[in-house]
Structures are given as C-alpha cells and as structure tokens.
Design a protein around this ligand. Sequence first.
Ligand code: NAD
Length: 248
Amino acid sequence: MKKLDNKVVFITGGASGLGRASAVAAAHEGAQVVIADLPNSDHQAALDEVKAAGAEGWFVPLDVTDPANIRQAVAATVEKFGRLDVALNNAGIGEGFFSFLETSEESFRRILDVNLTGVFVCMKYELAQFVKQGGGVIVNMSSLAGLKGAPGLSAYVAAKHGVLGLTKTAALEFARRNVRVNALCPYYIDTPLLKDAPPDQRQQMVAASPMKRLGRADEVAKAFIYLASDDSSYTNGTQLVIDSGVIS
Ligand SMILES: NC(=O)c1ccc[n+]([C@@H]2O[C@H](COP(=O)([O-])OP(=O)(O)OC[C@H]3O[C@@H](n4cnc5c(N)ncnc54)[C@H](O)[C@@H]3O)[C@@H](O)[C@H]2O)c1
C-alpha cells in the first residue's frame, strides 16, 4: 500500500522545481497527478517524469491570476478523475531583490497577485469541491519568508506570510469537514526560481545555511508527501519548515 494510492493530486506550478518534484514523488506514491501550469511551461518533461514514476499524469493549462481559469482547471480535474483529493498550491514567482524604497507598487501587486491572491482563489475552488465530496487535503507552498523578514523581498515576504494566514484560517473553518490545510516553508532550494540569483547572492544563501548547502527539490517533495498523506492525519493549520536549521 502506497501513501497516496489512487488519490487525485492537483499541483499548481507543477511543471518546474518544487511542484515538479512533488508531482513525481506523488506519482511514486500511487497518485494520479494533475500538473496545472502556464500553457508555455515545460509541462511535457514533467509529464514524462510522472509517467516514468508509474502514474497517470495529466496537464491542465492554468494561470493563477485568472479566477475563471482556476475554476475551470479544478472543474476539468473533477470531470476527468471524478474527484480531487489533494491540492498543492505551489505556483509562485520571485522578482529579484529590491529595497523597500525601490519596490514599485506595480511589482508589489504582481507578486501578491500570483503568490497570495492566486493561492486564495485556488483554495476557494478546491475547498468547495472538498465540501461537496466529503473531504480533502490542501498543502500551500509558503517559504521561510513566510515566517521571517528578508531584506529586499518585501512583496514576496508579505505574500508568503499571507499564505500562512490563509492556511491557518481555512484549517480552522474546515476542520470538522474532514479537510486538513497545512503549509510548507522551505529555505532556498536549488530550482529554476534561483537561476537569476547572482553568484555572490547564492554564496550568501549557502553561507547562511547551517548545513552549508541549498536544499534539493526532492527534500521538499518528501515533506509534501507527509502533509498530503494520512501520515499527518492529526496535523492541521501548521507549517513544516525545511531549512537545514536556519530559523533555529
Ligand atoms: N526555490 C526556492 O528557493 C523556494 C523557497 C521557498 C519557497 N519557494 C516557493 O515554491 C514555489 C515553487 O517555486 P520553485 O522554486 O519550484 O520555482 P520554479 O520557477 O521552478 O517553478 C514555479 C512554477 O510556477 C509556475 N507559475 C508561475 N506563475 C504562474 C501563474 N501565474 N500561474 C500558474 N503557474 C505559474 C511556473 O510556470 C513554474 O512552473 C513558489 O511558490 C516559491 O515561492 C521556493
């Protein structure tokens, strides 16, 4: 018996980085995996990996800044698989490091739109489906930046703190409906999101890690499987920190 046997797992931003590693990990655990990502994302490579892990994978185009598109993507998933058991709200962007005074309102709004409002709207449609079918699990991708400040990342930090607020509130509102809602808080993980970080910034990220390395996407995916599966059946409204000890 695998941890997610026959579960339908919906992953936003599933074509790359942490979403993709989580999709592959879910496939290894017996899930049917829906990769929901931008139409121009590298979803075929992710689907191939999911297939190689032995699961049925399916791509649904999704832009989390478009509420109608989110409603359609969740509905299409339910239409294809009959239900939705686990949602990983993971789609997110970074926009480099800018001091508070250099951060434009436009950039602030863009980050909040994808990284916070996108999560809220996804949760709304996922929770509605969970209520209809009698339960489900949400895992939201926050960040260590959801728990502490980070100079140069005001919008990102605000969004990721907000994701934890949504996580705790939904966990309380739906706790008696067989729904659990938790979040992941990774430190810097070596994914395409960091591809534009200058070498000196990367070195600082490594230096600040007690283990003196960045995390790997598969290390976050393992934490996702824990929160997605019945292994965490009494865990609700909290966050799992994956940070080599940075926050300690
Ligand atoms: N890599 C890290 O160091 C790190 C650390 C903590 C948290 N996170 C969070 O993890 C999540 C995944 O990041 P990653 O490192 O895998 O990055 P990534 O760039 O590899 O993947 C992000 C995915 O989100 C998708 N995406 C972006 N905008 C979207 C939109 N509007 N609609 C739908 N999909 C969209 C992209 O196409 C991509 O597939 C993000 O929320 C990020 O903030 C990353």
